[in-house]
Unconditional design. Sequence first.
Length: 188
Amino acid sequence: MNTLISLVQQFFRLFVWWVMVAPWEQCIRVRAGKWVTLLGPGPHWKVPVLDKAYVQSVRRRMVNLNMQTLTTTDGKTVTVSGALGYRITDLLLLYQTLHHAEETLRTLALGEIANFVQGHPIAQVTPTAILNLVPSALRLERYGLGDAEIRITSFAVIRAHRLIMDQMWGGDSDRLNTSIAVGVEAPR
């Protein structure tokens, strides 16, 4: 019985003549696979079977930026992680430019952070400098996005693991890695 009711409901959904867009949403209506229209809040007509409607919330979103370990121009190692905040300003432009928006934005933001850290000495690499530079460098407007904001959740200047290994094994960490890979016990 439930299966029959479900089938009837799906059948009637094919013949809905309208789409309702909430105040915090935008909608793209594609007619016959060719004509694309951006729709704002409110009720809008759509022709069943001929029109396809894609409704999307345009409220603020946050994307996690994974931990990165980077080296400055003066050889200091920095780890940094954070979050990128943004909102959709033009859904049509977003659909025309990006496929997986969150993954693309994560990659772009991590790349900009890496470029900044790797292009400056440690004295210039601060969380504030990253917060000021990265949002403007992303230029999210070209994707129909706006209000970009970076939040740094973790920032540390650390000693590199490789340097610690070099000190432990007398500067021959490659021999240690080879010994472990082959199964030979490393010298003590």
